[in-house]
Design a binder for this molecule. Structure first.
Ligand SMILES: Cc1cc2nc3c(=O)[nH]c(=O)nc-3n(C[C@H](O)[C@H](O)[C@H](O)COP(=O)(O)OP(=O)(O)OC[C@H]3O[C@@H](n4cnc5c(N)ncnc54)[C@H](O)[C@@H]3O)c2cc1C
Length: 507
């Protein structure tokens, strides 16, 4: 069997793999980089909404501003639509979102075209790209040469490399093979999604004429935001794509939502689920699913116990995934890729690897745990309540801007080598986020007990002026903290004491 020798072999040529290849070759054009991608052409995939950090990475690090402006849609922030029993019309749904257009760039991306472009750029930079090449297994040797067994149409061969980059996404090739894969059982979420044609245009003339007051309330563009429908224990994304089709999917907490069972095809059940929400009904009434493009994925959250070693490194989804709410997937991708590239380039320059690998594992494991704990743990218990989200979303967004988005804009791309919550300075913001997220969850449970959950989910509108990655975000963030404190004084006191431990009857 033939063997190919390279410096770096990358498993997976989608965004994380191709970005790693491109940046490695930019840092050291002499490297022999081989990208092995099992698909022969990319299809659409989730990961369609960028946020400010991933948009920075795409634009300023990978250099895709012009490409994105020409081929993708400019994203207009996030909007949330709430409902409660008795609400029939979309205009009655309570709304949280921006009043104007956003000021920091982000895009709604069709990943089939984006990933193809980045892979082409990697090839043009000097990478060898093999399509239809599936990596069957990897033999790791710390500090030595790594061996990969590859299959293409009708041929098997070996690849010998100093470094293996696992960019295999949800397949998590190395983590599965080595037994490092951990399912995040504290966060049992499932997603179902499809792409659709004929989704209603929220800024079209029909709705403008029918609901002029509602239309005029927002001076920006609602339709190119990531619109979220929210309910108790679930949310749905509505992401428009260039060319007129729309990605729409639901994510739910399996502890709170029973997904409709039945003989109907999955895509029909998805549509019925969405249409139970008045905004979902308005958006989806004439929508038709794109044939063969409906998907289901259970237990979304997982991580790898090891993220790097002397000879391998995991990037993007191959290293872990938390939750799609707020679209952090490509932020994580930006951090893991930036740091992996630095690790390999330094190793190739002769710097000691082992201490960096130890730091790498520590930083990313800490980042994953703290990120999950601060932002996502039990989030689905309160995101369906307008008043709690008014407070929580403002705080989440304000702290993201001040603590995370500000970093690359102030320090440049090297800031992306420090994943969220990995630095000591992030301890206090992480504690604040963890605390208000826990408190909002307790208040949501208390509201449910008292029958007041979602009481402001109709006929309320909260249109934000937005945050910026500088000091100007300080006053609105302080106001958001003050809102939280007011909420605590008004109703939070009911849950200040720890919940009593319930002892069941002895059988
Ligand atoms: C429901 C849902 C919604 C999401 N929404 C968003 C969002 O709006 N915004 C956001 O930023 N993120 C989102 N994400 C996360 C986002 O999809 C991922 O973070 C991102 O796509 C990861 O890219 P990747 O390149 O690491 O992996 P992938 O895009 O999964 O690519 C992996 C590649 O590896 C290849 N491959 C796999 N195994 C092998 C093998 N053995 N040999 C060769 N090639 C192989 C595959 O063919 C594929 O091309 C979402 C995730 C989910 C589950």
């Amino acid at each position: 069997m033939r063997t190919e020798a390279v410096d770096v072999a990358i498993v997976g040529g989608s965004l994380s793999g191709s970005a790693t290849a491109l940046l490695l070759l930019r840092g050291n054009p002499g490297l022999r980089v081989l990208v092995l991608e099992k698909s022969t052409a990319f299809s659409r995939r989730v990961g369609e909404s960028t946020v400010e950090v991933s948009a920075y990475f795409l634009a300023r690090v990978l250099g895709l501003t012009a490409f994105n402006n020409e081929t993708q849609l400019s994203k207009q922030g996030m909007r949330f639509w709430f409902s409660r029993p008795g609400v029939e019309e979309l205009v009655e749904c309570s709304e949280i979102g921006g009043r104007y257009l956003t000021r920091i760039p982000a895009w709604q991306v069709d990943r089939s075209t984006l990933d193809e472009e980045v892979l082409t750029r990697a090839r043009n930079a000097g990478a060898t790209v093999l399509r239809g090449a599936k990596v069957r297994s990897v033999r790791l040797a710390a500090g030595g040469r790594q061996w990969l067994r590859v299959e293409t149409d009708g041929e098997s061969f070996n690849v010998e490399a100093r470094w293996v980059v696992d960019a295999s996404g949800f397949t998590t090739l190395l983590a599965r093979q080595e037994g490092w894969l951990r399912s995040n059982r504290e966060h049992p979420t499932t997603a179902c999604w499809a792409r659709w044609s004929g989704v209603t245009d929220l800024d079209g003339s029909d709705l403008t004429m029918r609901y002029p007051e509602w239309s005029q309330a927002c001076c920006g563009i609602r339709a190119t935001a990531t619109n979220h429908l929210v309910g108790d224990g679930w949310w749905a994304w509505v992401i428009p794509l260039k060319g007129g089709e729309t990605s729409v999917g639901v994510v739910f907490d399996q502890r709170r939502v029973r997904w409709p069972a039945g003989p109907e095809p999955l895509v029909h059940r998805l549509k019925s689920f969405l249409c139970a929400h008045p905004m979902g009904r308005a958006l989806m009434q004439d929508a038709e699913p794109v044939a063969g493009d409906v998907h289901w994925r259970a237990n979304l959250a997982y991580w790898s116990d090891r993220m790097a070693g002397d000879g391998f490194v995991l990037v993007g989804d191959a290293a872990g995934f938390i939750d799609p709410l707020y679209s952090p997937g490509m932020d994580w991708l930006s951090f893991t890729v930036s740091r992996a590239v630095d690790l390999i380039l330094r190793s190739e320059a002769g710097e000691p690897v082992v201490p960096r690998v130890d730091r790498h594992n520590g930083d990313f494991t800490r980042s994953y745990r703290r990120w999950f704990d601060a932002v996502y743990r039990d989030k689905y218990s309160w995101l369906g309540d307008f008043e709690l989200m008014q407070v929580g979303f403002r705080l989440d967004l304000g702290l993201y801007y001040i603590g995370v988005v500000s970093q690359p804009f102030q320090l440049g791309p090297k800031a992306l080598q420090n994943p969220v919550f990995s630095l000591p300075a992030s301890r206090i913001p992480q504690w604040i986020m963890r605390t208000y997220n826990r408190r909002l969850s307790r208040m949501a449970d208390d509201r449910r007990r008292r029958g007041t959950f979602g009481r402001a989910n109709a006929r309320h509108r909260d249109l934000l002026m937005g945050f910026l990655p500088d000091r100007s975000s300080g006053p609105p963030l302080l106001r958001a903290l003050a809102r939280w404190l007011v909420l605590e004084v008004r109703e939070g006191w009911r849950t200040w004491l720890p919940e009593p431990v319930r002892v069941g009857p002895v059988a």
